[in-house]
Write a protein that binds this ligand. Structure first.
Ligand code: SAM
Ligand code: DTB
Ligand code: SF4
Length: 341
């Protein structure tokens, strides 16, 4: 830039209005930008909306493992695939409390509980509501992912003080049928609507590296960004290929394509937390650093995801130290995502 020239926010992309009318061509054009241009634009927006050196930490716990009736092709917990996973019934409350307290002691601000259900039964939901209350009592944000929810179930969780409900779109509407046949994209959108209507914040993202095309990644992000209200939290998972699942042998995605996905998510959803989610164990520190630069500002912290591994805490702490990144200490419950266009 010439000396003395003012940076025009419209050129640098630092204006932070939230748009929900993204077209297919616009999103594909972002993906097609030269890498440096894309990262510059995403990072500028990231800085305009967030503290650029802070990363929010969420810890996961599988509260009910395996034996799931659904056929999600990526998932080690489906009863249809032989992955050698040991199924476990819903955990006792005390065990959940202990894990949440440990997560807090390790520096997490959010505790996320996942259950391998197609949808919860009302009697199970009461037990999960009790878990949410205990997590809240520890001063942690709460998140659960339990499958499809009916309106009264979402309200029951809201009454228990639930902060976030995680329910992913997983992929583009076009590729979805290649991955799951036991529930529709529309079912997922209905659950998101029920969660919103109950006043619970939405955590919704997807998985990349499942053999989808560039266009599918663009359409996943476009669908997320054009929802009636953008999700407050957007997990971007890289497929963890698990032997025995139909996607167990899937070839790895080009790491730069993964970073591009994070960058485009940041541009499309400038005020949402973008979580660098599953797949970090296999990522280099350099790749994770690029993801943070591109706009990722949340991770799953703790040595397990649900059933697969995650980086050891000391590896993450060392990475943060080397990058001058600080874990976010503030509980972010009050962050509002504007839905104006
Ligand atoms: N059963 C509930 C459901 O599917 O809505 C909640 C738990 S499910 C395991 C939560 C999410 O984990 C899925 O939507 C998917 O995005 C992610 N996931 C599952 N297996 C994965 C894998 N092998 N690699 C990456 N992400 C995965
Ligand atoms: C999300 O988007 N990723 C997390 C969380 N939400 C529930 C789950 C990742 C699961 C990875 C495979 C496993 O550990 O079972
Ligand atoms: Fe079941 Fe959820 Fe796994 Fe699908 S992703 S098989 S619904 S646990």
């Amino acid at each position: 830039m010439a000396e003395g020239t003012q940076q025009d926010p419209a050129q640098t992309g630092t204006h932070s209005a939230v748009r929900r009318d993204w077209t297919r061509a616009e999103v594909q054009a972002l993906f097609a930008l030269p890498f440096n241009d894309l990262l510059f634009r995403a990072h500028s927006l990231h800085r305009a909306n967030f503290e650029p050196n802070a990363v929010q930490l969420s810890t996961l716990l599988s509260i009910k493992t395996g034996a799931c009736p659904e056929d999600c092709a990526y998932c080690p917990q489906s009863a249809r695939f032989d992955t050698g996973l040991k199924a476990e019934a819903l955990l006792p409350l005390e065990e959940v409390k202990r894990a949440a307290a440990e997560a807090k002691a390790n520096g997490a601000t959010r505790f996320c509980m996942g259950a391998a259900w197609r949808s919860p039964k009302d009697r199970d939901l009461e037990k999960v509501a009790a878990m949410v209350r205990e997590v809240k009592a520890l001063g942690l944000e709460s998140c659960v992912t339990l499958g499809m929810l009916k309106p009264h179930q979402a309200e029951q969780l809201a009454d228990a003080g639930l902060d976030y409900y995680n329910h992913n779109l997983d992929t583009s509407p076009e590729y979805y049928g290649e991955i799951i046949s036991t529930r529709t994209y529309e079912d997922r959108l209905d659950t998101l609507e029920n969660v919103r209507a109950a006043g619970v914040k939405v955590c919704c993202g997807g998985i990349v590296g499942m053999g989808e095309s560039d266009g599918d990644r663009a359409e996943l992000l476009r669908t997320l960004a054009n929802l009636p209200q953008q999700p407050e939290s957007v997990p971007i998972n890289e497929l963890v290929p698990v032997a025995g699942t139909p996607l167990g042998e899937t070839a790895k995605l080009d790491p730069f394509e993964f970073v591009r996905t994070i960058a485009v998510a940041r541009i499309l959803m400038p005020r949402s937390y973008v979580r660098l989610s599953a797949g970090r164990t296999e990522m280099s520190d350099e790749m994770q650093a690029l993801c943070f630069f591109a706009g990722a500002n949340s991770i799953f912290y703790g040595e397990r995801l649900l059933t697969t591994g995650n980086p050891q805490n000391d590896r993450d702490r060392a990475l943060f130290e080397r990058l001058g990144v600080k874990p976010e200490t503030r509980v972010t419950t009050e962050v509002a995502v504007s839905c104006g266009t």
